[in-house]
Design a protein around this ligand. Structure first.
Ligand SMILES: [Zn+2]
Length: 426
């Protein structure tokens, strides 16, 4: 059996990229002035830098003074950042840069040149430079899609079916009949001749199946692995006969004994394949949630939920695994006094963030009455990540719209599996 080789992605990193792209999609420039640069892996940085410097020269032709200075400043910022890298990061690099109004709004000309740098989640093979009225985020968005495809083949001597697993969806591609005679011969034929004919027909069928399997799972949907199912020993005969193209032959993840072949067999095999596909993210998420609910429901004291409680345990180094959905829309706002370090903080939904920042900024420090309160905000996951790193806690961001994320939503979107029952603490 081949080993399934699915690239494991860091859920926190993917969450952050997704969030940043959402934010960038909403930005628009006052003119054609927002810079997008995709630098493929292995590309020499000095080539990129010199081509961006040329663009800076071309920008002198832009008629509007404001747009021209925005483009020149943004390109300058990108070049300046690139010079801080010794070489292109392993998977490539993406930069977005533009002069954008501060979030509280501001007069024309008060825009601030802001830059975002993103390590792509997988190898970037494409170069792109754009200066436009929006950022070009689609290439990165495509990279976030789960492209771990798994092929299914359900076969017996009567028919064969093909299916494709993509994310958490199984799609039946097609099925075909074998045309192979049943095991029992009609009268008038010698047993030997009947057997010989049947073997020839089967071999012809297996070759046909191998051909279609190759077309589907090498040419059209390159898969990470193949699962072969069906009733009886036909699937083993097919595998042992080495009919499959070697790449597929080496990529057989497992076989599954099933009652059906063909299209029905595909659905059956998928239902039975959860253990085999343990590396799939949706299966991982299911397991995380099941573990959490097991602790909660069995009253071990090791299951916790609700943001305030979980943060408290996290700060006290009691949390083993922290699970949060990707749709909390929560941010942490802090106001820190520059004079006495007094800290005010609150976790709020997005629309309440700016009013809270304004409140901190416009009121004296409760500790020393100074007006020098420095205000900052961060996404809830960034905040939790910092706390989790201090205590060696595993942080997992799961999809809030999927089935298991929904179960966590009913508990306030945040849950934790604890290292021990804090009620029994020393
Ligand atoms: Zn103070």
């Amino acid at each position: 059996m081949g080993k399934i080789n699915i690239e494991k992605q860091d859920s926190v990193k993917l969450y952050k990229i997704r969030k940043t792209l959402e934010e960038l999609s909403k930005k628009s420039g006052r003119g054609t002035e927002l810079i997008t640069v995709y630098i493929p892996k292995g590309k020499q940085l000095h080539e990129i830098i010199s081509s961006l410097q040329q663009e800076q020269g071309t920008a002198d032709n832009i008629k509007s003074d404001l747009t021209r200075s925005h483009v020149v400043d943004s390109l300058g910022k990108v070049v300046q950042r690139l010079k801080l890298y010794k070489k292109t990061p392993d998977k490539g690099l993406v930069m977005f840069c533009g002069a954008l109004p501060s979030e509280e709004g501001g007069p024309l000309g008060s825009e601030v040149v802001t830059i975002w740098e993103i390590d792509p989640p997988k190898d970037l093979n494409q170069y792109l430079y754009r200066c436009d009225d929006h950022f070009h985020v689609d290439i990165l968005k495509d990279m976030l899609k789960d492209d771990n495809l798994i092929g299914f083949l359900a076969i017996d001597a009567k028919d064969a079916g093909w299916g494709l697993l993509h994310g958490d969806k199984i799609e039946v591609l097609s099925q075909t009949g074998s045309g192979v005679a049943g095991k029992h011969r009609q009268g008038g034929q010698s047993a030997k001749r009947f057997q010989k004919l049947r073997e020839m027909e089967l071999s012809y069928f297996y070759n046909r199946v191998a051909q279609t399997t190759r077309e589907y799972f090498i040419d059209i949907y390159p898969v990470k692995g193949l699962i072969i199912s069906g009733p009886g020993p036909t699937k083993e005969d097919f595998i042992n006969g080495n009919y499959l193209e070697y790449r597929l032959q080496n990529n057989i993840i497992n076989t599954i004994d099933a009652s059906y072949s063909g299209a029905e067999g595909i659905r059956e095999a998928f239902a039975k394949s959860a253990d085999i596909l343990g590396d799939f993210r949706m299966v991982e998420e299911k397991k995380l949630i099941e573990d959490l609910f097991r602790e909660i429901n069995s009253n071990t004291g090791k299951g916790s939920y609700g943001l305030q409680e979980v943060i408290e345990y996290l700060k006290n180094n009691v949390v083993k695994t922290l699970i949060i959905t990707d749709n909390t829309n929560l941010n942490r706002v802090e106001g820190k006094c520059k004079r006495c370090q007094h800290l005010q903080e609150e976790i709020l939904e997005r629309p309440l963030v700016i009013p809270k920042k304004t409140e901190y900024r416009n009121n004296p420090c409760p500790g020393c009455n100074s007006m020098e309160v420095e205000v900052n905000e961060q996404d809830i996951v960034d905040y939790l990540e910092i706390l989790a790193a201090k205590t060696g806690t595993q942080l997992e961001v799961i999809s809030g719209s999927a089935e298991h994320g929904n179960m966590l939503t009913s508990l306030g979107k945040v849950g934790a599996i604890l290292r021990y029952n804090p009620g029994h603490a020393k």
